[in-house]
Design a protein around this ligand. Sequence first.
Ligand code: AMP
Length: 294
Amino acid sequence: MPNVTISTDARPRLVTTAIELRDAVAAARADGKTIGLAPTMGALHGGHLSLVRASLAQCDYTIVTIFVNPTQFGPHEDLGEYPRTLETDLDALSQCGVDLVFAPTNDGIYPKGFSTYVDPPRVAEALEGQCRRGHFRGVTTVVLKLFNLAQADVAFFGQKDYQQSLVIRWMVQDLDFPIEVRVCPTVREPDGLAMSSRNRYLSQPEREQALTLWRSLKLAVELFAQGESDAERITARMRELFEQTNINRVDYVALADPETLQPVHQIQASTVALVAAYVGDTRLIDNCRIGNDE
Ligand code: AMP
Protein backbone atom coordinates (compact mmCIF):
# COMPACT_ATOMS: atom_id res chain seq x y z
CA MET A 1 0.00 0.00 0.00
CA PRO A 2 1.30 3.49 -0.75
CA ASN A 3 2.31 5.47 2.27
CA VAL A 4 -0.29 8.23 2.30
CA THR A 5 -0.49 10.82 5.07
CA ILE A 6 -3.87 12.45 5.39
CA SER A 7 -3.79 15.77 7.19
CA THR A 8 -7.03 17.16 8.55
CA ASP A 9 -5.30 20.25 9.92
CA ALA A 10 -5.39 22.68 7.01
CA ARG A 11 -3.39 25.83 7.63
CA PRO A 12 -5.56 28.94 7.68
CA ARG A 13 -5.25 31.34 4.78
CA LEU A 14 -2.63 33.99 5.58
CA VAL A 15 -2.97 37.51 4.21
CA THR A 16 -0.73 40.47 4.89
CA THR A 17 -2.36 43.40 3.10
CA ALA A 18 -5.50 45.41 3.78
CA ILE A 19 -6.77 44.79 0.24
CA GLU A 20 -6.55 41.00 0.60
CA LEU A 21 -8.28 41.22 3.97
CA ARG A 22 -11.07 43.41 2.63
CA ASP A 23 -11.61 41.08 -0.36
CA ALA A 24 -11.80 38.01 1.89
CA VAL A 25 -14.23 39.76 4.22
CA ALA A 26 -16.40 40.92 1.30
CA ALA A 27 -16.57 37.33 -0.01
CA ALA A 28 -17.54 35.99 3.42
CA ARG A 29 -20.19 38.69 3.76
CA ALA A 30 -21.54 37.91 0.29
CA ASP A 31 -21.98 34.31 1.50
CA GLY A 32 -24.08 35.68 4.36
CA LYS A 33 -21.51 34.74 7.01
CA THR A 34 -21.16 36.43 10.38
CA ILE A 35 -17.58 37.47 11.10
CA GLY A 36 -15.63 37.09 14.34
CA LEU A 37 -12.32 38.80 15.05
CA ALA A 38 -9.63 37.89 17.58
CA PRO A 39 -6.86 40.52 17.64
CA THR A 40 -3.51 39.25 18.99
CA MET A 41 0.19 40.04 19.00
CA GLY A 42 1.01 36.41 18.23
CA ALA A 43 3.20 33.99 20.23
CA LEU A 44 -0.11 32.25 20.64
CA HIS A 45 -1.01 30.24 23.73
CA GLY A 46 -4.11 28.71 25.24
CA GLY A 47 -5.51 32.11 26.22
CA HIS A 48 -5.48 33.33 22.62
CA LEU A 49 -6.89 30.01 21.41
CA SER A 50 -9.82 30.35 23.82
CA LEU A 51 -10.79 33.59 22.03
CA VAL A 52 -10.46 31.82 18.69
CA ARG A 53 -12.65 28.94 19.87
CA ALA A 54 -15.27 31.37 21.18
CA SER A 55 -15.33 33.04 17.77
CA LEU A 56 -15.54 29.71 15.95
CA ALA A 57 -18.46 28.71 18.16
CA GLN A 58 -20.33 32.00 17.71
CA CYS A 59 -19.47 33.21 14.21
CA ASP A 60 -19.38 31.66 10.74
CA TYR A 61 -16.04 33.13 9.70
CA THR A 62 -13.15 33.71 12.10
CA ILE A 63 -10.29 36.13 11.53
CA VAL A 64 -7.22 36.16 13.77
CA THR A 65 -4.91 39.14 13.51
CA ILE A 66 -1.26 38.84 14.45
CA PHE A 67 0.54 42.14 14.79
CA VAL A 68 3.09 43.28 17.35
CA ASN A 69 1.84 46.84 17.55
CA PRO A 70 4.78 49.21 18.07
CA THR A 71 2.66 52.17 19.20
CA GLN A 72 1.52 50.42 22.37
CA PHE A 73 5.08 49.84 23.61
CA GLY A 74 6.95 52.49 25.59
CA PRO A 75 10.52 53.46 24.66
CA HIS A 76 12.04 51.20 27.35
CA GLU A 77 9.68 48.27 26.89
CA ASP A 78 10.20 44.91 25.18
CA LEU A 79 9.13 45.68 21.59
CA GLY A 80 12.47 44.42 20.20
CA GLU A 81 12.44 41.17 22.19
CA TYR A 82 8.73 40.46 21.90
CA PRO A 83 8.40 36.88 20.54
CA ARG A 84 7.50 36.62 16.87
CA THR A 85 6.56 33.03 16.04
CA LEU A 86 4.34 33.20 12.96
CA GLU A 87 5.01 29.65 11.71
CA THR A 88 4.22 28.06 15.10
CA ASP A 89 1.19 30.32 15.43
CA LEU A 90 -0.16 29.16 12.07
CA ASP A 91 0.34 25.54 13.16
CA ALA A 92 -1.59 26.17 16.38
CA LEU A 93 -4.39 27.84 14.41
CA SER A 94 -4.52 24.94 11.92
CA GLN A 95 -5.75 22.73 14.70
CA CYS A 96 -8.64 25.08 15.42
CA GLY A 97 -9.96 25.63 11.90
CA VAL A 98 -9.56 29.39 11.63
CA ASP A 99 -10.65 30.93 8.31
CA LEU A 100 -8.17 33.75 7.91
CA VAL A 101 -5.04 35.12 9.55
CA PHE A 102 -4.17 38.76 8.96
CA ALA A 103 -0.52 39.47 9.74
CA PRO A 104 0.23 42.95 8.39
CA THR A 105 3.63 44.64 8.26
CA ASN A 106 4.42 47.74 10.32
CA ASP A 107 4.30 49.85 7.16
CA GLY A 108 0.95 48.33 6.25
CA ILE A 109 -0.60 49.56 9.48
CA TYR A 110 1.46 52.73 9.90
CA PRO A 111 2.41 53.92 6.41
CA LYS A 112 4.78 56.83 5.96
CA GLY A 113 3.08 60.02 7.14
CA PHE A 114 0.65 58.27 9.49
CA SER A 115 -0.37 60.73 12.22
CA THR A 116 -3.94 60.08 13.36
CA TYR A 117 -4.43 58.47 16.79
CA VAL A 118 -7.45 57.56 18.88
CA ASP A 119 -7.51 59.32 22.26
CA PRO A 120 -8.46 56.57 24.73
CA PRO A 121 -11.43 56.84 27.10
CA ARG A 122 -11.23 57.93 30.74
CA VAL A 123 -11.02 54.39 32.03
CA ALA A 124 -7.55 54.21 30.45
CA GLU A 125 -6.14 56.77 32.88
CA ALA A 126 -5.66 54.62 36.00
CA LEU A 127 -3.39 51.61 36.62
CA GLU A 128 -1.80 50.57 33.30
CA GLY A 129 -2.37 54.11 32.03
CA GLN A 130 -0.24 55.47 34.89
CA CYS A 131 2.52 52.90 34.51
CA ARG A 132 2.64 52.67 30.72
CA ARG A 133 2.18 56.21 29.37
CA GLY A 134 0.77 56.17 25.86
CA HIS A 135 0.09 52.42 25.91
CA PHE A 136 -3.68 52.62 25.52
CA ARG A 137 -3.44 55.30 22.82
CA GLY A 138 -1.53 52.72 20.79
CA VAL A 139 -4.09 50.03 21.66
CA THR A 140 -7.16 52.07 20.74
CA THR A 141 -5.55 53.25 17.50
CA VAL A 142 -4.57 49.81 16.27
CA VAL A 143 -7.78 48.13 17.43
CA LEU A 144 -9.94 50.73 15.68
CA LYS A 145 -7.90 50.22 12.50
CA LEU A 146 -8.32 46.45 12.76
CA PHE A 147 -12.06 46.89 13.36
CA ASN A 148 -12.29 49.08 10.26
CA LEU A 149 -10.37 46.60 8.15
CA ALA A 150 -12.07 43.41 9.32
CA GLN A 151 -15.65 44.75 9.49
CA ALA A 152 -16.42 42.00 11.99
CA ASP A 153 -19.71 41.51 13.79
CA VAL A 154 -18.09 40.37 17.03
CA ALA A 155 -14.62 40.98 18.50
CA PHE A 156 -13.17 38.74 21.20
CA PHE A 157 -10.87 39.95 23.96
CA GLY A 158 -9.51 38.35 27.13
CA GLN A 159 -10.28 39.24 30.72
CA LYS A 160 -6.54 38.75 31.32
CA ASP A 161 -6.19 42.35 30.10
CA TYR A 162 -9.13 43.60 32.12
CA GLN A 163 -8.50 47.32 31.72
CA GLN A 164 -7.90 46.90 27.99
CA SER A 165 -11.28 45.20 27.61
CA LEU A 166 -12.95 48.18 29.32
CA VAL A 167 -11.04 50.62 27.15
CA ILE A 168 -12.21 48.83 24.00
CA ARG A 169 -15.79 48.64 25.24
CA TRP A 170 -15.86 52.37 25.97
CA MET A 171 -14.23 53.21 22.66
CA VAL A 172 -16.85 51.19 20.78
CA GLN A 173 -19.66 52.82 22.73
CA ASP A 174 -18.32 56.38 22.56
CA LEU A 175 -17.53 56.22 18.84
CA ASP A 176 -20.68 54.23 17.89
CA PHE A 177 -18.66 51.49 16.28
CA PRO A 178 -20.99 48.72 15.03
CA ILE A 179 -19.29 45.74 16.64
CA GLU A 180 -20.11 43.56 19.64
CA VAL A 181 -17.27 43.11 22.15
CA ARG A 182 -17.13 39.83 24.03
CA VAL A 183 -14.73 39.23 26.89
CA CYS A 184 -13.55 35.66 27.53
CA PRO A 185 -12.31 34.36 30.91
CA THR A 186 -8.59 34.25 31.71
CA VAL A 187 -6.97 30.93 30.81
CA ARG A 188 -4.44 29.74 33.38
CA GLU A 189 -1.68 27.17 33.64
CA PRO A 190 -2.60 24.25 35.93
CA ASP A 191 -0.95 25.99 38.90
CA GLY A 192 -2.88 29.22 38.31
CA LEU A 193 -0.36 31.40 36.45
CA ALA A 194 -2.25 33.38 33.80
CA MET A 195 -1.07 32.38 30.33
CA SER A 196 0.90 35.16 28.69
CA SER A 197 3.26 35.48 25.74
CA ARG A 198 5.71 37.05 28.20
CA ASN A 199 5.83 33.95 30.43
CA ARG A 200 8.44 32.53 28.07
CA TYR A 201 10.89 35.19 29.30
CA LEU A 202 10.81 33.66 32.82
CA SER A 203 13.65 31.50 34.18
CA GLN A 204 12.62 28.50 36.30
CA PRO A 205 13.02 30.38 39.63
CA GLU A 206 11.15 33.36 38.18
CA ARG A 207 8.38 31.05 36.99
CA GLU A 208 7.92 30.08 40.68
CA GLN A 209 7.98 33.71 41.80
CA ALA A 210 5.44 34.64 39.11
CA LEU A 211 2.81 32.58 40.91
CA THR A 212 2.69 35.32 43.53
CA LEU A 213 0.42 37.38 41.29
CA TRP A 214 -2.26 34.68 41.24
CA ARG A 215 -1.71 33.85 44.93
CA SER A 216 -2.23 37.47 45.90
CA LEU A 217 -5.51 37.58 43.96
CA LYS A 218 -6.67 34.35 45.58
CA LEU A 219 -5.78 35.78 48.97
CA ALA A 220 -8.03 38.79 48.30
CA VAL A 221 -10.87 36.43 47.33
CA GLU A 222 -10.33 34.34 50.49
CA LEU A 223 -10.17 37.33 52.82
CA PHE A 224 -13.40 38.70 51.35
CA ALA A 225 -15.05 35.29 51.74
CA GLN A 226 -13.99 35.32 55.40
CA GLY A 227 -15.77 38.63 55.94
CA GLU A 228 -13.00 41.18 55.42
CA SER A 229 -14.11 44.12 53.27
CA ASP A 230 -11.60 46.83 54.11
CA ALA A 231 -9.62 47.43 50.92
CA GLU A 232 -6.57 48.84 52.67
CA ARG A 233 -6.20 45.81 54.94
CA ILE A 234 -6.61 43.42 52.01
CA THR A 235 -4.11 45.17 49.74
CA ALA A 236 -1.62 45.28 52.64
CA ARG A 237 -1.88 41.48 52.97
CA MET A 238 -1.51 41.09 49.20
CA ARG A 239 1.60 43.28 49.19
CA GLU A 240 3.10 41.15 51.98
CA LEU A 241 3.04 38.17 49.61
CA PHE A 242 5.06 40.09 47.04
CA GLU A 243 7.60 41.06 49.71
CA GLN A 244 7.86 37.48 50.97
CA THR A 245 8.71 36.24 47.48
CA ASN A 246 11.24 39.04 46.85
CA ILE A 247 9.23 40.75 44.16
CA ASN A 248 10.28 44.32 44.75
CA ARG A 249 8.98 46.13 41.70
CA VAL A 250 5.23 46.12 42.19
CA ASP A 251 3.51 48.61 39.89
CA TYR A 252 0.14 48.28 41.60
CA VAL A 253 -2.03 46.15 43.85
CA ALA A 254 -5.52 47.55 43.38
CA LEU A 255 -9.08 46.86 44.41
CA ALA A 256 -11.28 48.76 42.03
CA ASP A 257 -14.76 49.39 40.72
CA PRO A 258 -15.31 46.91 37.86
CA GLU A 259 -16.62 49.58 35.45
CA THR A 260 -14.61 52.72 36.23
CA LEU A 261 -11.50 51.17 37.82
CA GLN A 262 -11.64 53.85 40.53
CA PRO A 263 -10.21 52.55 43.82
CA VAL A 264 -12.77 51.23 46.31
CA HIS A 265 -12.47 51.45 50.09
CA GLN A 266 -15.08 48.89 51.06
CA ILE A 267 -15.04 45.96 48.68
CA GLN A 268 -18.04 44.08 47.34
CA ALA A 269 -18.59 40.91 45.34
CA SER A 270 -18.29 42.84 42.06
CA THR A 271 -14.97 44.50 42.96
CA VAL A 272 -12.05 43.61 40.73
CA ALA A 273 -8.58 42.96 42.09
CA LEU A 274 -5.72 43.87 39.76
CA VAL A 275 -1.98 43.43 40.12
CA ALA A 276 1.07 44.33 38.04
CA ALA A 277 4.65 43.52 38.98
CA TYR A 278 8.07 42.80 37.57
CA VAL A 279 9.35 39.28 38.04
CA GLY A 280 13.01 39.78 37.19
CA ASP A 281 12.83 41.98 34.10
CA THR A 282 9.46 40.66 33.00
CA ARG A 283 6.38 42.73 33.69
CA LEU A 284 3.31 40.61 34.37
CA ILE A 285 -0.31 41.56 35.04
CA ASP A 286 -3.28 39.61 36.36
CA ASN A 287 -6.73 40.24 37.84
CA CYS A 288 -9.83 38.56 39.15
CA ARG A 289 -13.30 39.43 40.37
CA ILE A 290 -13.51 39.17 44.13
CA GLY A 291 -16.95 37.58 44.31
CA ASN A 292 -16.80 35.12 41.44
CA ASP A 293 -13.65 33.10 41.20
CA GLU A 294 -13.75 33.17 37.38
P1 AMP B 1 -1.96 39.83 23.29
O1 AMP B 1 -1.44 38.94 22.22
O2 AMP B 1 -1.22 39.71 24.57
O3 AMP B 1 -2.14 41.25 22.82
O4 AMP B 1 -3.43 39.32 23.62
C1 AMP B 1 -4.39 39.21 22.62
C2 AMP B 1 -5.72 38.91 23.26
O5 AMP B 1 -5.63 37.68 23.98
C3 AMP B 1 -6.18 39.97 24.26
O6 AMP B 1 -7.57 40.17 24.15
C4 AMP B 1 -5.82 39.34 25.59
O7 AMP B 1 -6.60 39.80 26.67
C5 AMP B 1 -6.10 37.88 25.29
N1 AMP B 1 -5.38 37.01 26.24
C6 AMP B 1 -4.06 37.04 26.52
N2 AMP B 1 -3.77 36.14 27.49
C7 AMP B 1 -4.94 35.55 27.83
C8 AMP B 1 -5.31 34.55 28.78
N3 AMP B 1 -4.40 33.97 29.58
N4 AMP B 1 -6.61 34.18 28.85
C9 AMP B 1 -7.54 34.76 28.05
N5 AMP B 1 -7.24 35.72 27.14
C10 AMP B 1 -5.97 36.10 27.03
